[in-house]
Ligand binder design. Structure first.
Ligand SMILES: [Zn+2]
Ligand SMILES: [Zn+2]
Length: 368
């Protein structure tokens, strides 16, 4: 028997989010039904809505959901009705990457989270008028009052936490944090450069402040973002619109080059500057995603002194370890996520989209 609920549907590439009724399929053994309390809005949602990323439309997006478990499938063991959960990406749990503790690099990551808009068996948990539409986005499609969620997308958190504050932990925050903690792992006295002070970049800044890095440099073109970066832990900021040669400016500021660079803008020119600003044995982490097929050139000889460039998906996080830890840091005031978040009623999803696009809001969170 199907359940009817309200979801924000994108009808076609470039169309707005419109709220209307959809039907949810009955739960499979490894699925849970979640009543959404909040859901963060992320650039990946807009990338899909604009047609820039492969996902079948009409469809339901949303991949930073947070809510309460209403019902669990027959095979679900670690979750029960009434549990508060944060939702993140899905993975198979059995491939070599998953077994190794790197589910963001799961063999079936793309079909399980993005491409196809369906479960691994090809069926969608969401339909309208009896016809399947795109769903199962990151195992959740959480721009919906009720959602059928893949058990592996859900992470239980302590009762009583503010889900509307913690929703962004599932994607944007753990991505920025993971870039610093899981990849750069700054040593005492090292320097971390964060290119782009959006939700991911500012999360990287907050993570760097909780690491023994002593120099944290944020780069952006928006003055308010740079001020916020300072407040969250940046020791230095650079307005990219005011320097001719960003790589030289960074090399000078770090006294010879950066130990670590986190690139969040998706701009290949900025990425190249970040790589050029590395010191010997420095690492640049690519987090920002340009359109599919984009290439970038490197000065090969400049790479020989042990420099590394690495890509990153979702912070390379093991979600059931990282997300509860982040929730604790937020609750204790050590990760002031409230400085990034602005809440919007679910019905005002288009206002939230407009404010994210204009830059007026760093991290919009929809509340249900
Ligand atoms: Zn995201
Ligand atoms: Zn896997």
């Amino acid at each position: 028997m199907s359940t009817t609920t309200q979801a924000a549907v994108v009808e076609s590439a470039g169309a707005p989010f419109t709220i209307g009724d959809v039907e949810l399929d009955t739960l499979r053994p490894d699925e849970i039904l979640v009543r959404m309390v909040a859901a963060g809005l992320c650039h990946t949602d807009l990338g899909v809505a604009s047609g820039g990323l492969p996902f079948p439309l009409p469809g339901v997006l949303g991949h930073e959901g947070a809510g309460v478990v209403e019902e669990v499938g027959s095979g679900v063991r670690g979750l029960a009705p009434g549990d508060q959960v944060l939702l993140s990406f899905s993975s198979c749990g059995t491939c070599a990457q998953c077994r190794d503790g790197h589910p963001a690099y799961c063999d079936v990551w793309l079909p399980a989270n993005l491409i196809g808009g369906a479960r691994m068996d090809g069926t969608s948990p969401v339909s309208r008028g009896g016809k399947a539409i795109g769903g199962h986005f990151f195992g959740q499609s959480s721009f919906s009052r009720l959602a059928v969620v893949d058990e592996r997308s859900a992470v239980r958190v302590d009762p009583g936490v503010d889900l509307s504050l913690l929703a962004p932990l599932g994607c944007g925050v753990q991505t920025g944090v993971g870039a610093v903690w899981n990849v750069l792992a700054p040593r005492p006295g090292s320097s971390v450069v964060v290119l782009g002070a959006g939700a991911v970049g500012l999360s990287a800044v907050m993570a760097a402040r909780l690491a023994p890095a002593t120099r944290i440099i944020a780069v952006d073109r928006v003055t308010e973002r740079l001020e916020l970066a300072r407040e969250l832990g940046a020791t230095d900021v650079i307005d990219a619109g005011r320097v001719d040669d960003l790589a030289s400016a960074l090399t000078e500021l770090t006294g010879g080059g950066a130990d670590g660079v986190v690139e969040t803008t998706g701009n290949t020119g900025v990425l190249r500057q970040g790589v050029d600003a590395l010191r010997a044995r420095g690492t640049a982490v690519i987090v920002g995603a340009p359109p599919f097929g984009t290439e970038v050139g490197l000065d090969v000889n400049a790479m020989l002194p042990g420099k590394r460039v690495t890509g990153l998906t979702l912070g390379d996080a093991e979600t059931r370890t990282l997300i509860p830890a982040l929730a604790r840091l937020v609750a204790d005031g050590r990760m002031p996520l409230d400085r990034l978040v602005r809440r919007y009623p679910f019905e005002e999803i288009q206002t939230a989209v407009a404010d994210m696009v204009s830059g007026a809001t760093v991290k919009p969170v929809l509340t249900f």
